[in-house]
Design a binder for this molecule. Structure first.
Ligand code: FRU
Length: 444
C-alpha cells in the first residue's frame, strides 16, 4: 500500500532542504541530564542464565530488523521476518568483538524462533576492516542496506575512522528461507565535513571516544522527505568547545550529536549533510544508534548512551548505560528529554551492564542484547582485567527480552511488559497522515 507520495529527489530536494534552512540543533543540557533518575518505570528485571541463545557459534550484539521504507517490520514472501546483527565468532574475547565485526542475519516466521542465515555480504565485498551498525529496508525485491564501514579494508592494525556506506542487493525469499544476492559494489555515501560533524583527525587532540556511524533510514511521514540519521560529534577540533563558566574544564571534550542527512538522488548514493537534530555539548560524548519514531504527530528520537560517556561534574552523577529519548512536534522541532532527563530504559542497578544497544520499533517494543551479566558489583573496567574464562562466562552475546514501552501524553514513559528473548513483533508504523499540500503537489 502506498500511504503517501513518493520522494522524487529531482522534484522534492529543494523543498525538503528549505525545511532545514535556519535549523539549529536542539540541546541536551547538563541541567536536563541532572534530572536523570532510575525509577521502577525505566528499569528492567535482572537477567541471568539460563537464557536462550540465538546462535550456537556467534556472539551477536547490535541488531536491527529488515523494514519497509516506512519503518514497519518487513514480511517477505514465504512469511519471513529478518533480523540483522553485528556478529563475531564465539572464540573472540567479548571486548575484542568490535575489531572483527561482520553483519549477519537471522530469519523467522513468528519473530521468536530464529534460523541463522549467515553473513549478509560475501567476504571481501564490504568496506572497512569491520562493519558496525546500520539499518536496511526492502522495496520490491531490492534491499537498501546502510552500515558503518569502520577502519580501512586490509589494514594490518585496527583504526577508528568511520564512514557510512551503502550496499544494494536483491532479496530472494520463499517457503525455504531467505537469501541476499546480486550486491552492487558498496559505496561510501557519507563522511564528516569537519564543520557540522567532527572528523577523526579533529578528534585526535583529546576526548574519550569518537563517532561517525550507525546510519538509520527515516522517511518523514509529514513531508515525504527521506533522510539518514547517524551518531556524530560536533564539528571542530576536540577540546575547543566552550562550556561556559561553572563547568569542569574536561567537559569540553564531550560533544555528542545526532546527525541527519537529506537524500539527493534516487540511487541512495548522494546525501546532503544538515545541521544535527540534537547535540549534547558538555553533557555527553556518545549518542549511539539514533532512531526516530513518529506517533500521534509527535517525533520520538531515541539514542543509546553509556555511563562513562557523560561529562564530568554532573550532580548527582552521570546517567546510567541506557536508552534515552526526546520528543518534538515536528522533525525540526525542539526536542526535549522524555521523563525530564531523557532516561527511558536502563538495567537493574545491581547489574548495570547486563543489556545495551536498545532499539525502539514503531509499536514501542524495544530490542537489545545481553552484554555483561551477573558481574555482582565488578566494574566494567575491572572485567577487562579478569581472566579470559571469566569474561567469556559473563558475556551474553545474544538477544535480551524484548520490552514493551508505553509513552504518556505528559512525555513520561513506562516499561509495561517484558516479552520473550529476542521477540520481533510485526511492528507497523501508524498510518501516516498525509500532508495535504504535499500530496496535491505530486502526480502519483
Ligand atoms: C553500540 C555500538 C555502535 C557501533 C557498534 C560497534 O553498541 O557502539 O554504536 O556501531 O556498537 O560494535
Amino acid at each position: 500500500i502506498r500511504n503517501f507520495c513518493g520522494y522524487d529527489p529531482e522534484r522534492d530536494f529543494e523543498r525538503c532542504l528549505r525545511a532545514h534552512e535556519d535549523a539549529v540543533p536542539s540541546n541536551w543540557t547538563r541541567a536536563q541530564a541532572e534530572r536523570i533518575r532510575i525509577t521502577p518505570d525505566n528499569v528492567t528485571t535482572e537477567i541471568n542464565e539460563p537464557f536462550p541463545r540465538i546462535s550456537p557459534d556467534l556472539w551477536i550484539w547490535d541488531m536491527w530488523p529488515l523494514t519497509e521504507k516506512d519503518g514497519s517490520t518487513a514480511v517477505l514472501p514465504g512469511g519471513w521476518r529478518v533480523l540483522f546483527a553485528l556478529t563475531a565468532p564465539k572464540s573472540v574475547l567479548p571486548g575484542k568483538r568490535h575489531d572483527v565485526a561482520r553483519i549477519g542475519y537471522f530469519y523467522s516466521k513468528n519473530g521468536n524462533d530464529w534460523i541463522q542465515g549467515g553473513t549478509v555480504f560475501p567476504e571481501g565485498d564490504a568496506l572497512g576492516s569491520r562493519q558496525w551498525a546500520g539499518s536496511a529496508f526492502v522495496e520490491d525485491d531490492t534491499i537498501n542496506f546502510f552500515y558503518t564501514a569502520t577502519g580501512r579494508r586490509g589494514e594490518s592494525q585496527v583504526t577508528y575512522e568511520q564512514r557510512i556506506a551503502l550496499a544494494r542487493g536483491r532479496v530472494i525469499s520463499d517457503l525455504n528461507g531467505v537469501l541476499f544476492d546480486d550486491w552492487a559494489p558498496h559505496q561510501v555515501i557519507l563522511e564528516p565535513d569537519g564543520v557540522l560533524y567532527q572528523t577523526l583527525e579533529q578528534s585526535l587532540s583529546g576526548g574519550i571516544i569518537y563517532a561517525f556511524r550507525d546510519p538509520f533510514f527515516f522517511k518523514d511521514p509529514a513531508s515525504g522527505c527521506e533522510y539518514l540519521l547517524f551518531e556524530g560529534n560536533i564539528g571542530g577540533v576536540a577540546g575547543e568547545f566552550d562550556c561556559g563558566p561553572g563547568v569542569p574544564p574536561e567537559a569540553r571534550f564531550y560533544t555528542g550529536n545526532i546527525g541527519i542527512a537529506l537524500l539527493r538522488n534516487e540511487d541512495f548514493t548522494e546525501w546532503e549533510l544538515l545541521p544535527a537534530l540534537l547535540q549534547a555539548p558538555c553533557t555527553n560524548q556518545q549518542t549511539e544508534r539514533p532512531h526516530l519514531i513518529v506517533n500521534g504527530g509527535r517525533y520520538y528520537l531515541f539514542t543509546d548512551s553509556h555511563q562513562f560517556t557523560f561529562a564530568p561534574g554532573l550532580v548527582p552523577g552521570p546517567g546510567p548505560d541506557g536508552l534515552y529519548g526526546f520528543v518534538a512536534g515536528s522533525l525540526r522541532g525542539n526536542y526535549t528529554p522524555l521523563n525530564g532527563g531523557g532516561l527511558v530504559v536502563t538495567n537493574a542497578p545491581q547489574e548495570p551492564f547486563q543489556a545495551y544497544s536498545w532499539l525502539v520499533l514503531p509499536d514501542f517494543t524495544v530490542l537489545s542484547f545481553i552484554d555483561n551479566f551477573n558481574l555482582q558489583g565488578i566494574s566494567i573496567e575491572e572485567v577487562g582485567l579478569l581472566p579470559d574464562e571469566f569474561q567469556f562466562a559473563h558475556f551474553g552475546g545474544t538477544l535480551a527480552p524484548t520490552l514493551q514501552l508505553k509513552i504518556f501524553p505528559n512525555n513520561t514513559t513506562k516499561i509495561v511488559n517484558e516479552l520473550g528473548y529476542g521477540v520481533l513483533t510485526l511492528s507497523q508504523t501508524e498510518s501516516p497522515k498525509c500532508n495535504q499540500q504535499f500530496c496535491n503537489e505530486c502526480d502519483d
